[in-house]
Design a protein around this ligand. Structure first.
Ligand code: 13P
Ligand code: SF4
Length: 315
C-alpha cells in the first residue's frame, strides 16, 4: 500500500472520492483555495455560502477546506457532525488581529453599543457578539438596524470603513486587517489600468479605502464573481486573493481576469498562505484518519451560535 506522499494526484483524487462516499462526507472549499481543491470540492463558496451550506447539510462529516474560523463556524452550526480541517495551521491574520479578551474589554467599555463581528473571528469573539456578518451581507444587515443605533464593528477596519462610508453610519471600528487585502498597491493597480483601459476593477471590501474608491465594483468574493458574470466588459483587474480567478475563468471562459499586484513585487502577496495550506494529500489524510477535528468549547459554542443564527435569519 502506497503512502499518501507516494500517491499521484489522480490516485489521491480517486481515494478521496471513495472515502467521501464510504463516510458520507462533504468537501467544502472557499474560493481562495488551490485550483485542485476547488476541482474536487462538492461545494465552493464565499464564507456566507459555506456557513449556509454547513447549516443544511445531511453529511456526517464536513471537510472544510478554508481556514480555521470557517471550520469553527460549521462546527457551531452542526455540533453533532464531525468537522475536519485538512491543516490545523490554516489560520487567518484578520481573525488573529482580534484577541478575544481585548475585544471583550473594548465591548464592555461601550455597554450601549450593538456588537457586530465579521465572520473572520474566533468563536470566543463571536461569543461576545450580537450579530455576525460576512462581507456578503454586512451592508444589508447593518442597514436593517435603526439609524441611531450605536454599533461596534470588528475586526476589519477596511470593511467597517466601507460600510460607514456607504451607509452614513459612524460605527466604532476595531483596528484589524487582513495581511493579503491590506497590502494591495494602488499605484501598481493604476499602472495596470493604463495598460488595460477597458478593464473594470473589482475590489474586496477588506482592501483599503483608496482602492474601494477606484473600484467599478466592491463586494465579497461571490458578489465579484456575480458581477463579472453579468457584466459586459472584456477584462477585469481582480483586487482580492488570486484563488478566485479559478472560478471566474471557469464561469466566464471568454473574459480576461488579471490578478492585482501587491505592494511588494518580489512576493506572491496576493495569495493567502493559510488558504493554500489545503492540499489534495492533506484532504485525503483528513478523510482517512478523521483528523484534525475542530472542537469548540461547549459554553463558547452556545454563546456564538445565536449571533451566527441571527446573521442567517437577516441575510
Ligand atoms: P468572503 O466573505 O468574500 O468569502 O471573504 C472571506 C475572506 O476570508 C476574505 O479574505
Ligand atoms: Fe484571513 Fe485574509 Fe486569508 Fe481571508 S485572505 S482567510 S481574511 S488571512
Amino acid at each position: 500500500m502506497k503512502t499518501s506522499a507516494e500517491m499521484t494526484d489522480a490516485e489521491l483524487r480517486q481515494e478521496i472520492a471513495r472515502l467521501k462516499k464510504e463516510k458520507n462526507a462533504l468537501i467544502m472549499a472557499h474560493y481562495y483555495t488551490r485550483d485542485e481543491i476547488q476541482e474536487i470540492a462538492d461545494f465552493i463558496g464565499d464564507s456566507l455560502a459555506l456557513a449556509r451550506q454547513a447549516a443544511k447539510t445531511n453529511a456526517d462529516i464536513i471537510v472544510m477546506c478554508g481556514v480555521h474560523f470557517m471550520g469553527e463556524t460549521a462546527k457551531i452550526l452542526c455540533p453533532d457532525k464531525k468537522v475536519l480541517v485538512p491543516d490545523e495551521a490554516a489560520g487567518c491574520s484578520l481573525a488573529d488581529s482580534c484577541d478575544a479578551a481585548e475585544f471583550e474589554k473594548f465591548v464592555k467599555a461601550r455597554p450601549d453599543h450593538t456588537v457586530i463581528s465579521y465572520v473572520n473571528t474566533s468563536a470566543a469573539v463571536k461569543a461576545v457578539t450580537d450579530i455576525v456578518v460576512t462581507s456578503g451581507n454586512a451592508r444589508k444587515i447593518i442597514e436593517s438596524l435603526p439609524k441611531e443605533e450605536k454599533i461596534i464593528f470588528g475586526p476589519d477596519k477596511n470593511l467597517g470603513g466601507y460600510i460607514n462610508a456607504v451607509t452614513g453610519r459612524n460605527m466604532v471600528l476595531w483596528p484589524g486587517a487582513c495581511h493579503v487585502h491590506d497590502r494591495f498597491s494602488i499605484d501598481r493597480i493604476m499602472e495596470l489600468k493604463k495598460e488595460h483601459p477597458e478593464a473594470k476593477i473589482l475590489v474586496h471590501p477588506e482592501c483599503r479605502r483608496p482602492l474601494q474608491l477606484i473600484a467599478d465594483k466592491v463586494g465579497s468574493t461571490a458578489a465579484l464573481l456575480d458581477f463579472a458574470q453579468n457584466d459586459d466588459a472584456p477584462e477585469y483587474i481582480v483586487v482580492t486573493e488570486s484563488g478566485i480567478l479559478f472560478e471566474m475563468r471557469r464561469k466566464c471562459p471568454t473574459k480576461k481576469f488579471i490578478p492585482a499586484p501587491a505592494e511588494d513585487a518580489e512576493c506572491q502577496c496576493n495569495e493567502c498562505d493559510y488558504m493554500k495550506l489545503n492540499t489534495l494529500r492533506k484532504v485525503y489524510e483528513a478523510l482517512k484518519n478523521e483528523t484534525p477535528e475542530i472542537n469548540v468549547d461547549k459554553e463558547i459554542a452556545e454563546k456564538a451560535l445565536r449571533p451566527i443564527e441571527r446573521m442567517l435569519e437577516l441575510s
